[in-house]
Design a protein around this ligand. Structure first.
Ligand SMILES: [Zn+2]
Length: 200
């Protein structure tokens, strides 16, 4: 299973690079592209085995894959706070009306999955402080509590940054344009962003 997932990842990345559409395929912002490219490099070169043993029941989504906000099966979505999930679906439907297709690149995560992401980031950056700017601890992560979603691709991130307040959805970290939480009431004002995950 690991081997087949890895070959899918390599094929996806190869196709994406060949087509010059890495950002669109991975649903990453420029900043995320930097972080993710480093992690994907680690995966491709067999340096990262930290995700071995993780599966759907952890909310695990292999790199380069995503879910429809309307998916009703995958724990990454079914274990989200129901109010967040409803707000997300409402936003996704309206974005679709504007010609924007919204996908979920990460949602609820188990604590072991979050720990694996942090371990992988520490390895990638060779710095715990830098890793913590991008990946929170299992104890603090709002993904683990079911209160956060990562959205892609970039045009959907931009749409949601612009219109999210209608649904109560806010970009909470200044360095993660893809990360949204239900942080105000529908039609309310989003709180000031915090710099990064190491602060919050
Ligand atoms: Zn996130």
């Amino acid at each position: 299973m690991w081997i087949s997932e890895r070959s899918i990842l390599v094929r996806t990345l190869t196709a994406a690079l060949a087509g010059g559409t890495l950002l669109a395929v991975s649903g990453c912002s420029t900043l995320r592209s930097d972080a993710k490219a480093l992690m994907d490099f680690g995966d491709r070169h067999g340096e990262s085995t930290v995700f071995r043993g993780l599966g759907e029941s952890d909310g695990y989504l292999p790199s380069g894959t995503s879910l429809s906000p309307f998916d009703a099966v995958h724990p990454a979505l079914t274990n989200l706070d129901p109010a967040l999930r409803a707000a997300l679906r409402s936003a996704a439907a309206d974005a679709q009306e504007d010609g924007i297709r919204m996908v979920v690149t990460s949602g609820w995560r188990s604590a072991p999955y979050q720990k694996s992401l942090l371990d992988n980031a520490v390895r990638t950056y060779a710095s715990e402080d830098e890793a913590r700017r991008w990946v929170n601890t299992p104890e603090r992560s709002t993904h683990v509590s079911g209160d956060a979603v990562d959205i892609g691709p970039t045009d959907a991130d931009s749409w949601l940054a612009q219109h999210g307040e209608r649904y109560g959805l806010c970009q909470t970290y200044a360095n993660e344009m893809w990360h949204f939480e239900l942080a105000t009431v529908p039609g309310g004002s989003c709180p000031a962003q915090i710099d990064d995950a190491s602060v919050g």
